[in-house]
Each structure stands twice: as C-alpha cells, then as structure tokens.
Design a protein around this ligand. Structure first.
Ligand code: NAD
Length: 477
C-alpha cells in the first residue's frame, strides 16, 4: 500500500522496503505498507520547503477553507476511518469514533481561530515613529506522532501549523500508519496545493535525523515518550531548531470523601480503562480517602468484572486488546512486581483464557491494592490497564503524593467541595486538571504538560502561537 505522499503524489520509497501492519485483536496482518527512509524524508523536506512561500502567502480565509473541508470530509468518512483505526490500534467503536471526531474538531477549530490571530499596533513614544507586530509562520514543520491516537495527535499539529501558513511533513508511528494514509487520501481529493502536506511512513531514526539536520525544516513538533523526546530536544538544541514536546504522564486520580462511592467508581473505571490505559492522560494512580477505600475497592471490582473484553469491531465490546506484545509483557512485569513487594491483585492480573483471545494482545482489566512507593508501577509511566489504589488521610498528604513524580501532564479529582477542589487545582503540578471531568481534552482548550511531560502546549490559541514568529515592524516617519 502507498504510504509516502510527497509534492501532491504517492511515491515509492527509494529503498523499496515495506512493513507489515498487524491487527492487535487477531494477530493477523491487516496490510503491508511502503516503508521509507532518509532519501524519502529528504524529498519531503524539499517539497515542503518549495511550497512554503505560496502557502504562507495565501490569505487565512483561503487556508481556513481547506481545513474546514478536511474537517467535514473526516466526519463524512468516519465509519470507514473507524474500522481502520480499530484494526490497527485495537480500539472499541466508541473510542475510535471519539478520536475521529476530536481530530475533525482540531481542523474545524483552527479554521476558525486563525481568522482571529491578529497582530498589534503599539503606541509610539516618539512622534516620528509607528510600531506594529505581524504574525509570521515559522516555516516548514516536521510533525512526529505516536500510535495511540494516530488521527488526533497528528491533527493537533497539522491543523494549527497549516492554519498559520506552515507546510508540513507528517511521520506517524510506523506500527499504525493506516488511518493517516486514509487522511492523506482525503487531503489529496480535497486538492491541497502540491508540497503543502506530505506524509512519510518510514524508519523513525533516519527520518528524524533528516528533519533535525536540514535547516529548511524550521520546527519539529513531537508527541511520544520522554526518552525519544529528550533525544530530539538535545539534537535540536545543537542546531538551534525549534521543538515542541508532548510527552508521557503519570496522572493521579484523587477521590475526596464527599463523593458517593458508586459515582467515584464509575469515573475511575472510565478514566483507567479507556483505550486500555494507553492514553498519555490516563489516570494511573488512584488515591482514595481511607474512610471509603474498602467500599471503593468493592465497587470497582464489581464494575471491572462486568467489562466485556473483545475485538473492537464487535459493538458489545467494552475494552479491546492492548496494542502490542510489549504492553502485555509490561502488564505482567508490573503485576509480579506488585505481588513481590506486598501488593494484592483484587481482580484481573492475567491474559483472558479462551480461543477468542489466543491470538490477540488481550489482557484483563486489573485492580491492585496495598500499593507502596517501592513498586515500579508508581515509578514508570504505566501504559497498561492496571488501577493501583492507595489510601490517604489528609489533603496535604494526597497533594504531596500526587506531586511526587517527574511527570506533570494531567491530574484528576472528584469532589463537590469548592475549597478542596480549589486547593487541588492550584497546588497539583500538572498542565491539565480535571475536577469531576475524566476527559478534559478539547481542541478549544490547552493541552500539554509541566515538568518532564513536555515543552509547549497544543490546542487553544497557544497551539497556533507555536507555529508563529512575532515580527515587529517599526516605521520612522
Ligand atoms: P515513542 O516515543 O516510542 O514514539 C513516538 C514517535 O516517535 C513515533 O512516531 C515513533 O516512530 C517515533 N520514534 C521512535 N523512536 C524514534 C527516534 N529514535 N527518533 C525519532 N523518532 C522516533 O512513543 P510511543 O510508544 O509511540 O507512544 C507512547 C508515548 O507517547 C507515551 O509515553 C505517551 O504518554 C506519549 N504520548 C504523549 C501524548 C501527549 O500529548 N503528551 C499523547 C500521546 C502519547
């Protein structure tokens, strides 16, 4: 299958290599795609660079028109895109449709927001001067995105970059490129001018080396792990290249004692098992007040035991498979570490039995208690379906525990007590705080992390700022 789109045409990789794409629910091969490398990345850089002048010279109204058409087409094709997303990532139907809509929202919202991104006229101190600022797009951008939300996380970069007047090269994750290939087919039908949008599915190290080293690329926008993000940050520093980083998280979920246990348990189950815990803002540490801890544990065990595990193509499935074998291995490793260090598994903890599950990367949603700070699950970002429950007594204690991590992406709290909610919102070190809201991400709101969770923000007007230079013009009269 074609997977390299450069200068308005599908092209074959210079190396002639291909890559098999696997369905995590069946272990079967879904597709074989072209797999590019250094030479293809270089051709994409040339195309994006040559298209920049004419794309950035278009009016914002012209550029917004392309984005609006793309948003509409994504929504019109949502059924087909959803099927592909389920097959390559292992999502359920509601999860995949939710992602597709959220991706379309990005293009729609930036088509509107860019019309309001004006410069300023600054009052002059000297009578013979006049000062103003205008927005200038940073230039061609390389957008590198991970596998867990292929459409949405590429859209968070492409939508504001294109709106601002930048041309783009998207390099989606090699293991899950199929939905972005479909999005680029849609872009081709819409008729984006040649070289404005380019797609290179290919070797991550080779492609990013080109993007970092080539001075025609003016910015790298990366979403992925802390480890790879740090490598790119260092590499960009030596070239003085702009980079924005959306990295991992380890999000606390705090349940305060005023909340009904059943309601808290419903929200906790949603926050943990959406996408099987493979979301950067997944709740990953559950702090429950001692007065309600055992009642909460009983409720979540009941609810988790009822979750239907299966292939996302079946409409009755509540939770799909994990994305790859590594995620199953990580789950098993973290569970044995919990057990060895004195923790208890209340439900789950293993791969489900039965023919239906034998070929995919299925895992039982797991709840664990008697957790302590020595356990690995509190130390590394757990991209797994395990809910570790930890008791606490005072709000000061829980805020201290919640902040005891190098990450600072998201945090959640359930309470109707205004004083507690305010204290948590103000003192927790995280870029996104959901108070009684377990899915706070939205195109019109800022998304990104404090501490080691990233540099910069996507979404909202800050997402657009990341693709502009401010140009100050002074007139002497
Ligand atoms: P990853 O870092 O392994 O891969 C991310 C992207 O980088 C992929 O396209 C991958 O092919 C590419 N890549 C891998 N090695 C590279 C290299 N040496 N040089 C350049 N590019 C390279 O991450 P992943 O496993 O795909 O995704 C999961 C991680 O992403 C988690 O840590 C998760 O928290 C994070 N994430 C963050 C956000 C956010 O918005 N903050 C959103 C989703 C996922």
């Amino acid at each position: 299958m074609n997977s390299i789109y450069i200068n308005g045409a599908w092209t074959k990789p210079v190396s002639g290599q291909t890559k098999a794409i696997e369905n995590p629910a069946t272990g079967e091969q879904v597709e074989t795609v072209d797999y590019g490398g250094k030479e293809d990345a270089l051709s994409a850089v040339k195309a994006a660079s040559e298209a920049f002048e004419s794309w950035s010279s278009k009016t914002v109204y012209e550029r917004a028109d392309y984005l609006r058409k793309l948003a509409d087409a994504i929504r019109e094709n949502s059924d087909e895109l959803s099927k592909t997303l389920i097959q390559e990532v292992g999502k359920t139907q509601p999860e995949s449709l939710g992602e597709i809509n959220a991706g379309a929202d990005q293009y729609e919202w930036y088509a509107e927001e860019v019309k309001r991104s004006s410069g300023d006229v600054i009052p002059h101190r000297l009578e013979n001067r006049r000062h103003m600022t205008i927005r200038h797009p940073v230039g061609p951008v390389a957008a590198i995105s991970p596998w867990n939300f292929p459409i949405l996380l590429s859209a968070r970069k492409l939508a504001p970059a294109l709106a601002a007047g930048c041309t783009v090269i998207n390099r989606p994750a090699s293991q899950a490129p199929l939905t972005m290939i479909k999005i680029f087919n849609i872009m081709d039908e819409i008729g984006f001018p040649k070289g404005v949008v380019n797609l290179v599915v290919g070797n991550p190290g080779e492609c990013s080396e080109v993007f970092v080293a080539d001075d025609r690329i003016k910015k790298i926008s990366f979403t992925g792990s802390l480890e790879v993000g740090q490598q790119l940050y260092v590499a960009c520093a030596s070239r003085m290249k702009k980079i924005s980083l959306e990295l991992g998280g380890h999000s606390p979920f705090i349940i305060l004692p005023d909340v009904p246990v059943d309601h808290a348990a419903d929200n906790a189950v949603f926050a943990k098992y959406r996408n099987m815990g493979q979301v950067c803002i997944s709740a990953s540490r559950f702090y429950v007040h001692h007065s309600m801890k055992s009642a909460f544990e009983q409720k979540v065990v009941e609810k988790v035991s009822r979750l239907k595990i299966g292939n996302g193509l079946e409409p009755t499935t509540d939770v799909g498979p994990l994305f790859e074998k590594k995620r199953v291995d990580d789950s098993l490793r973290l569970i044995s570490d919990i057990k060895e260090k004195g923790g208890k598994i209340l439900v789950g903890g293993k791969q489900p039995a039965g023919d239906k599950y034998s070929k995919g990367y299925f895992f039982e949603p797991t709840v664990a208690t008697d957790i302590n700070g020595d356990m690995q699950i509190l130390k590394e970002e757990p991209f797994v379906p395990i809910m570790p429950i930890i008791g606490y007594e005072t709000i000061e204690e829980v805020i201290r525990m919640a902040n005891d991590t190098p990450y600072g992406l998201a945090a959640y709290a359930m309470t109707n007590n205004l004083k507690w909610a305010t204290e948590i919102a103000e003192k927790i070190e995280a870029g996104i705080i959901g108070i009684n809201d377990c899915s706070p991400a939205a195109a019109q709101c800022p998304f990104g992390g404090m501490k080691k969770s990233g540099v910069g923000r996507e979404g909202w007007k800050q997402g657009l700022e990341g693709y502009y230079e401010t140009k100050y013009i002074s007139f002497g009269l």
